[in-house]
Design a protein around this ligand. Structure first.
Ligand SMILES: Nc1ncnc2c1ncn2[C@@H]1O[C@H](COP(=O)(O)OP(=O)(O)OP(=O)(O)O)[C@@H](O)[C@H]1O
Ligand SMILES: [Mg+2]
Length: 215
């Protein structure tokens, strides 16, 4: 169980992570896209951080809705609406909650993935952010199902996400600008899968540092 203050802290840390990895994400997108993924992510999450610093939201759902609306209104490209929809669906899955249980987190994660799929019409294996998110979700669910702690489950999710990022190097892009490259997209790591891995890693780090507050 963790409370809404941790969610705010997570988003502040994600903004920092994206800023630190701006060049890497842009470089990855330069190889198979239009070299703006680092810019999009940094812009979106910095706006989210600033917004969350200036308001006091009532519950987890309201925080995630603010995140979604801020992201959508500031971030362009494919990733703006995709992440925006993910956060919006995540928000709808935890209405009225001041703290999130492990089951809430799983539902939130699943809803976010469904939002991305609804918006982008992609499946796993198309060289997108879903290639790190879906394996991460599956690993987290499996881990919690066998009774692991949240920290252990998130560790497994982070490892699965990184494996997913590696996997994107081996497949052809069939969605987004990268799909224009066809076979030439092989050998390149997907930027969106990478940023999603970084997000999961950041969540994990925040929770590890706050382990005493996470039951
Ligand atoms: N239909 C989709 N479903 C899920 N993720 C997608 C889809 N299209 C693109 N992506 C993800 O978005 C990332 C690119 O995001 P970026 O911020 O660079 O936006 P963009 O330049 O408009 O995207 P793109 O060039 O892919 O249309 C890709 O690396 C991929 O992970
Ligand atoms: Mg791009």
């Amino acid at each position: 169980m963790f409370n809404k203050d941790i969610i705010v802290e997570i988003f502040k840390e994600i903004a920092k992570t994206m800023d630190e990895n701006k060049a890497l994400l842009t470089e990855l997108d330069a190889a198979i896209g239009d070299a703006d993924h680092g810019i999009n992510m940094t812009k979106g999450f910095t706006a989210v951080k600033n917004k969350l610093e200036s308001i006091a939201e009532e519950d987890c759902s309201a925080i995630l809705k603010t995140v979604a609306m801020t992201f959508i209104s500031t971030t362009g490209g494919a990733s703006g609406p995709l992440f925006g929809t993910a956060f919006l669906k995540a928000s709808s899955s935890v209405v009225g909650k001041d703290a999130l249980s492990n089951d809430d987190l799983l539902l939130l994660f699943e809803s976010a993935i469904k939002g991305i799929q609804m918006r982008g019409k992609a499946q796993k294996g198309e060289k997108t952010m879903l290639d790190s998110l879906i394996p991460a979700y599956d690993a987290m669910k499996k881990s919690l199902d066998i009774g692991d702690s949240l920290i252990d489950a998130l560790n497994k999710a982070e490892i699965a996400a990184l494996e997913g990022v590696e996997f994107t190097k081996t497949i052809i892009a069939t969605k987004g600008r990268a799909s224009y490259l066809s076979e030439r997209s092989i050998g390149h790591q997907d930027p969106g899968a990478t940023s999603c891995y970084l997000i999961l890693k950041t969540i994990n780090n925040v929770l590890k540092n706050r382990e005493s507050l996470v039951e």
